[in-house]
Design a protein around this ligand. Structure first.
Ligand SMILES: Cc1ncc(COP(=O)(O)O)c(C=O)c1O
Length: 275
């Protein structure tokens, strides 16, 4: 099972490994405090779901799940003999004052039931240099999984780049995170100016903003389509993240201040025209 609105390949990937994806949407994904639906997850596990695919930090909402809910999730997984696969690729990109803790660090039970999956590709922009890694606190249970997940998928250059990123490039990462935090502030101002009826929650982590544009009904279910067609601004369509994403769009703010300003100015014009 997985927690939409979420990174769109999760459901197809679950199918690709021969299982049926079960959606248990986040509670209040557009509000101030999006949460895992622990009751829904428990029902899915009781109905036979064998694994929970977690996105932590969560793309597109930018939520870092809290220790309490992660501990509760671990207990549920243990009770139903399920595995939690925690995709933590966005973890290095926390905002100032936010502490990220791996699912595996939530509790002893989490270490028993969990696998954390990550890569340098997102934070250090190394997509294409293949090297993801899986961390487990329970080698006896997961040795086979680790081998099959990694075999054939890691490139030599990817492994070297991964080490250079996580060992030698943390100063670069800090500078980048400061730039992203400054863009979050800028986006807040630009939204107030150009799209005052848009709602959003500042991300705890990531470089994406999950924009609730339902205050502009003229933009329809897929505002990104109109922004592209009429404003030549490309966002990720909200509905691509799940049906919960109707009326939403995901904006990537890892760009220059000038580009962000131009994008929001154009989006504001489109929204005003379609009102
Ligand atoms: C949650 C999550 N997992 C995995 C990936 C894929 O990363 P990669 O570019 O290394 O394939 C992404 C990319 O956006 C993502 O958001």
């Amino acid at each position: 099972m997985y927690t939409p609105p979420v990174y769109m390949p999760f459901a197809p990937w679950i199918r690709r490994v021969g299982h049926s994806p079960v959606a248990v949407p986040l509670l209040d994904h557009s509000g101030e405090d999006p949460r895992l639906d622990l009751e829904g997850i428990e029902r899915a596990l009781a109905d036979g779901a064998r694994a929970v695919v977690l996105c932590h930090p969560h793309n597109p909402t930018g939520v870092v799940h809290g220790d309490d809910e992660l501990r509760a999730l671990a207990d549920l997984a243990a009770r139903h003999d399920a595995v939690v696969v925690s995709d933590e690729i966005w973890a290095p990109l926390t905002m100032p004052g936010v502490e990220f803790r791996s699912f595996l660090a939530a509790s002893g039970t989490a270490r028993e039931v969990g696998l954390a999956v990550s890569s340098a590709s997102k934070a250090f922009n190394l997509a294409g240099l293949k090297c993801a890694f899986v961390v487990s606190g329970n080698p006896e249970r997961f040795t086979g999984v680790r081998r099959s997940a990694l075999s054939g998928a890691v490139g030599h250059l990817g492994a070297l780049a991964c080490e250079a990123a996580f060992v030698d490039s943390l100063d670069w990462l800090d500078d980048m995170r400061a730039a992203l935090a400054s863009n979050v502030d800028l986006l807040d101002r630009l939204l107030a100016e150009h799209l005052p009826r848009a709602r959003w929650r500042r991300p705890d982590a990531t470089f994406v903003a999950w924009l609730d544009l339902r205050g502009y009904p003229g933009l329809g279910d897929d505002p990104a389509a109109l922004f592209l067609e009429e404003g030549r601004v490309a966002l990720s369509p909200g509905p691509a993240f799940g049906t919960e994403g109707r009326g939403f769009a995901r904006l990537n703010l890892a760009c220059s201040e000038e580009l962000l300003t131009e994008a929001l100015t154009r989006m504001g014009r489109v929204a005003t025209r379609t009102r």
